[in-house]
Design a protein around this ligand. Structure first.
Ligand code: UD1
Ligand code: CA
Length: 452
């Protein structure tokens, strides 16, 4: 049966106190609506309909054509919100799955069970409920003596007896489309001036129809985000879910509460993640690495057996057996080949460091390609920017750069060239040649100054 989701996101989100639409607030690097879209995708092959209203343009700008949009100009309640999808869906789908965009913990498995239950149910709809010890905020499920659902009563309208009911309406429903659109137009205005979607229960019951329910035993999946306190709560839970998944697949996480792994990151088994580490974006980490403590890795590929201590790695590639830090900074286009060692206070950008290259202390290497086994002495700087343009530095195999070498680009150094401490290299250096001084000039091998 064709199932299409209608996701409600027109509400104002007043209590976020934000210029950003509520559903675009992020938990672990992605907007909360994205989690909902991800949960819906395995359940429905159809593009979902997102009901937008408040700050619709910002939401559309963020999601582009990933969803169809239905407009709810005035927020007249959940029933009215779903009604806005009628013209898009009537006659085009068998089932309509309704849920909220501010409920990012909802799981695909739960939505699947709900849809499956409605596929096997002859009545007009199935809804998700949850039973909790301390019911608060949600609509109460009212059943008759036979256990059949009779109504959903909103907390504000509930009698003390109804308030004590522990079975709650999650706000997630699967409707028969053939029934829904006729019934939704029969919802009457509530005393609060809203059209409640929940009134569909009484409409079905008064027509002699049976409303079906399924329940989830994980109340946390129904947390709706209304404030930034809720946002922090759901972020913690997402963090726990992700960390648990990696630990169960063989990754050691020394302190899960202080480890922040975004949903798209991948990590191979036997890697160890130390506290206060943030793994972000599309980062991929190989096996037997030690990452952290105090490290950020964003959109980077880390090979096997790498160590990254107290460093920031962005848009970079590390091959196997690379070690960095403490206090290294790899920026866009940094590529460290196998066995590269980068010690403290180094920065690499748009540069390839060949296999076995060592860069121990206080260096900046940008717009550079090095050969293998280059020694980059303490304080070496590529002067790659002339105020207008970036220029390239080319360094051959086994080049030895003395401490405090300035490489004024564009410049190239042949294989096994050497520079003395403090050399300011302004001209190309031939292979096996030693240069010293400022500006650097070649000297005979016999005069070679030892690097200090
Ligand atoms: C709703 C249910 C309640 C249920 C609870 C679960 C109704 C009348 N009540 O209450 O039984 O227990 O959800 O969370 O449905 N929205 C719109 N347009 C509107 C109104 C709401 O798009 O005109 C969206 C909001 O952005 C929000 C969602 O619908 O994402 C829920 O609306 P909200 O007002 O929070 O409903 P509740 O009062 O929580
Ligand atoms: Ca709510």
């Amino acid at each position: 049966m064709k199932t299409t989701a209608v996701i409600l996101a027109a509400g104002q989100g007043t209590r976020m106190h934000s210029d950003l639409p509520k559903v675009l607030h992020s938990a672990l690097g992605r907007p909360m609506i994205q989690y909902v879209l991800d949960a819906v995708a395995p359940v429905s092959g159809e593009k979902p309909v997102l009901v937008v209203g408040h700050k619709a343009n910002e939401v559309k700008h963020a999601l582009q054509d990933r969803v169809h949009y239905a407009h709810q100009a005035e927020q007249l309640g959940t029933g009215h919100a779903v009604q806005q999808a009628e013209s898009l869906l009537k006659g085009h789908t068998d089932l309509v799955l309704v849920l909220y965009a501010d409920m990012p913990l909802i799981r695909a498995e739960t939505l699947k069970s709900l849809v499956k239950a409605q596929q096997n149910h002859p009545g007009p709809f199935t809804m998700l409920t949850v039973t909790v010890d301390d019911p608060r905020g949600f609509g109460r499920i009212i059943r008759n003596a036979a256990g059949e659902v009779q109504a959903i009563v909103e907390e504000a309208q509930a009698t003390p007896g109804q308030l004590a009911v522990k079975e709650l309406n999650a706000g997630v429903y699967c409707f028969s489309s053939a029934w829904l659109w006729g019934a939704i137009n029969r919802i009457e205005l509530s005393p609060k001036g809203e059209y409640y979607l929940t009134d569909l229960v009484e409409i079905a019951v008064s027509d002699g129809m049976n409303v079906n329910t399924i329940s989830t035993d994980e109340p946390s999946e129904l947390i709706g985000v209304n404030t930034r306190v809720h946002l922090a709560e759901i972020t913690k839970i997402i963090q726990q879910r992700i960390n648990q998944k990696w630990m169960l697949s063989g990754v050691t996480i020394a302190d899960p509460a202080a480890t922040y792994i975004e949903p798209e990151v991948t990590i191979a088994p036997d890697t160890i993640i130390l506290p206060n580490t943030h793994l972000q974006g599309g980062t991929q980490i190989g096996t037997k690495c030690v990452i952290g403590p105090n490290t950020i890795v964003r959109d980077s590929q880390i090979g096997n057996h790498c160590e990254i201590k107290a460093s920031v790695v962005e848009n970079a590639v590390l091959e196997d057996h690379v070690d960095i830090g403490p206090f290294g900074h790899l920026r866009k286009g940094a590529h460290l080949a196998e066995g590269v060692h980068m010690g403290n206070f180094g920065e690499v950008k748009e540069a390839y460091l060949g296999p076995g290259t060592k860069m121990g202390h206080f260096s900046y290497i940008g717009n550079t390609t090095t050969g293998e086994s280059v020694n980059i002495g303490a304080g070496t700087i590529t002067c790659n920017y002339d105020g207008a343009q970036k220029h390239h530095t080319q360094i051959g195999n086994k080049v030895f750069l003395g401490s405090d070498t300035m490489l004024v680009a564009p410049v190239s150094l042949g294989d096994e060239a050497q520079t003395g401490a403090g050399a300011v290299v302004t001209k190309d250096v031939s292979a096996k040649t030693v240069v010293v001084g400022a500006p650097a000039r070649p000297i005979l091998k016999a005069e070679k100054v030892e690097d200090v």
